[in-house]
Design a protein. Structure first.
Length: 313
């Protein structure tokens, strides 16, 4: 859809007065008091007829824009055929075709997928798969990272204390190390490219002082740190992290919930560094607004999941 503001748009619906905004629970931290009537492309239109350019994209969700005609048509067509086909009860054409397309998104053969509803659910799926596939308990994450607000994903999240501070105790066997934040890296003509930010030294200290590497099932990483400051790591980071994970038999899990599906200019952000994770977590832009998420992993890993050990409706 065009990125410029449309010349005209549907008039706001004349209507029964809206309920008071207090019906929305206050746990939602509010960024605006805007009441939206509809969206089109990159624009949101309020009930008062004002237009706002939506730089948030629904916090990285509507990658194809609001109400993209092809997306809307596909939703309408499917809604008249089947809305919910529970995966452990039936197969259905749309689901089978989606699974088939997803397994070809990463280089090489042998990929499989597991689908769920939200980013946090997909992250939890990656953790459960990593633990059962390796027989190891520990998940290593990075300070500043955000992975969700369910109990397990709160334990994985280190971006703000508001997410964790009221809900202790959290699930255990999760440890955090330093993410390379090189914005103010000293020295050199190209400090961002050249810096190490001591992340590798911090990781080795974690292995030496906190947890044995042979106890770590997975390293969970955002290829571009999100809530922690939208930090693009130095070019050496992900390739070197891949090497370290391989050396210790640790799975590398890329959380691409926010960076996936074209948001960084590549289909997945890991492609910028030529790194292939063992498990890739996806959500948000995968369905451009509909509740869908999932993981990609090698079939050899997915087949280690005994039936019934994970699922959902």
């Amino acid at each position: 859809m065009p990125d410029t503001k449309p010349a005209d748009s549907p008039a706001p619906a004349a209507a029964v007065p809206l309920p008071d905004r207090s019906v929305v629970p206050p746990v939602w931290a509010r960024y605006t008091e805007i009441v939206v009537d509809h969206g089109a492309g990159s624009w949101l239109y309020t009930v008062d007829g004002d237009a706002y350019l939506d730089y948030s994209s629904g916090i990285g969700v509507v990658n194809t824009g609001h109400a993209h005609p092809r997306v809307a048509a596909a939703i309408a067509a499917q809604a008249t055929r089947l809305i919910h086909g529970q995966q452990n009860i039936v197969f259905h054409e749309a689901g089978l075709r989606l699974y088939e397309r997803l397994r070809h998104l990463l280089p090489g053969e042998g990929w499989g997928a597991f689908l769920s509803n939200s980013g946090a659910e997909a992250v939890e799926a990656s953790v459960k798969l990593a633990r059962i596939a390796t027989g190891r308990p520990v998940i290593l994450v990075f300070r500043g990272g955000f992975h969700g607000r369910t109990a397990q994903t709160m334990a994985l999240t280190y971006s703000k204390n508001v997410y964790r501070g009221h809900f202790e105790p959290l699930p255990g066997s999760v440890y955090a190390t330093a993410y390379p934040y090189c914005y103010r890296a000293p020295g050199g003509a190209h400090p961002i490219e050249a810096c190490t930010c001591d992340w590798e030294e911090q990781l080795e200290l974690t292995f030496a002082q906190v947890v044995y590497p042979e106890h770590v099932a997975a390293i969970l990483v955002e290829p571009v740190l999100g809530e922690g400051g939208y930090i693009v790591p130095p070019p050496v980071f992900l390739p070197r992290l891949r090497e370290i994970a391989d050396r210790h038999g640790i799975l590398l899990v890329a959380d691409e919930v926010q960076t996936g599906f074209g948001r960084t200019g590549r289909f997945f952000a890991v492609e910028h560094w030529g790194v292939i994770p063992d498990i890739l977590v996806m959500a948000k832009g995968i369905a451009s607004g509909l509740p869908l998420s999932g993981i990609l992993a090698q079939r050899s890993l997915i087949e280690k999941w005994p039936p019934g050990t994970h699922g959902g409706t």
